[in-house]
Design a protein around this ligand. Structure first.
Ligand code: MN
Length: 372
């Protein structure tokens, strides 16, 4: 199941003449090697490291650290036997993915990151002068990126007859995503930017390309390489589940916000009254004449028989906005006043004016045919 890992890789020369970053994305093995030492030597060192790693791991998936040490021997022998390749070396950050864990080996200042639950953490520790100075508290982390010795590594594959290799084992959890990258990426993008891209771009191939593109467009002077690997997260892929877990959190937050809003609305509704309109009738409401996020902030207290159509236009528009009342009694007084307003206009079928018995016949002259 580790042979169908979703992954993507990208590299760019940056502003250099040649690209001495090499990578390998051949599941379950992934590796980044950033060569150093003269214009051809760095290229040979990085290429050799990747080739030896691949050959060794093919023989034994479990022997990743031994594979790095084997690469170290081969590179170092070439370096001491060929004056053109003297002092060459390379970083190696490599990973073999198993069913329940991933093994990461590391020498130099390339990096492995783990994105888990939306948070990015650096798995490897840079073997560089500035990283040591930061660890020792001699310089501040924020100054490391601009330090003149930021690209000086203290440990590299092939420089000496033997090499110390850092080994990390990462237990695989659903949705885990690993980034292997060269210092050309981390030299220009900070962890927040890397996290954002890894979070936003679900497809690992597009994520790796976007990381490299952003580094290059941000002015990367060094070669830039990124491999993004989605660790096996069970059926359906873990990444999708992480996203839906996030959506669930957003949904839950929205529900809580709406509940608080409803409580606030309830508090408002409990203390205020107004006279308004409901289905064509003058109505007493408790609350305020408003809607917030689909919540009506009022309740009907009493719907009278007084039809709004019987009222003057100006009053009807006041009713639409709501006429404030100090309480139910005040509201009834307002309605009594409205009834008086109405009597002037008259609405024959529902509102006979008090005092008048029956409409008097209009004094229209009877037509008599006009003859005479
Ligand atoms: Mn580099």
């Amino acid at each position: 199941m580790t042979s169908d890992l979703r992954h993507g890789a990208a590299t760019d020369v940056g502003r250099r003449d040649t690209n001495q970053d090499f990578y390998l994305a051949n599941p379950p093995l992934f590796a980044v090697a950033d060569g150093m030492g003269g214009h051809r030597a760095g290229d040979v060192a990085a290429r050799t490291a990747v080739e030896v790693l691949e050959a060794e791991v093919r023989k034994d998936h479990g022997a990743l650290m031994e594979a790095v040490k084997a690469a170290n021997r081969v590179i170092h022998e070439k370096a001491v036997s060929d004056p053109d390749l003297r002092d060459m070396g390379t970083t190696v950050t490599a990973m073999v993915v198993g069913d329940s864990s991933a093994r990461i080996v590391h020498v130099g200042d390339s990096r492995a990151y783990l994105l888990r639950g939306g948070a990015l953490s650096q798995v490897t520790q840079d073997h560089s002068v500035v990283a040591r100075l930061v660890r020792e508290g001699q310089i501040r982390p924020e100054d490391a990126d601009h330090h003149p010795q930021r690209s000086v590594v203290e440990r590299a594959v092939g420089v000496g007859p033997d090499v110390d290799v850092d080994v990390h084992t990462v237990g695989v959890e659903a949705g885990d995503r690993v980034l292997l990258c060269s210092d050309g990426l981390t030299g220009v993008l900070d962890d927040e930017e890397i996290e954002r891209i890894l979070e936003d771009e679900n497809d690992p191939d597009r994520a790796s390309k976007k990381l490299v593109e952003e580094a290059v467009s941000s002015g990367a002077s060094d070669n830039v390489t990124a491999i993004v690997i989605d660790l096996p997260g069970g059926p359906g892929g873990g990444r999708a589940r992480i996203v839906s877990r996030k959506r669930l959190a957003v949904f839950a937050a929205a529900v809580v916000a709406l509940m608080l809003l409803a409580l606030a609305a309830q508090a408002v509704i409990g203390t205020q009254y107004y006279v308004g309109e409901n289905r064509g009738r003058v109505t007493i409401f408790r609350g305020v004449p408003a809607n917030i996020a689909g919540f009506r902030l009022s309740r009907v207290v009493d719907r009278t028989d007084l039809e709004t159509s019987s009222l003057p236009e100006a009053v009807r528009s006041d009713l639409e906005k709501g006429i404030d009342a100090q309480g139910v009694r005040d509201a009834r007084q307002i309605i009594a006043n409205l009834r008086d307003l109405r009597s002037g206009r008259g609405s024959p079928e529902t509102s006979p004016s008090p005092g008048s018995t029956a409409p008097s016949p209009s004094p229209t002259p009877r037509s008599t045919g006009g003859t005479g």
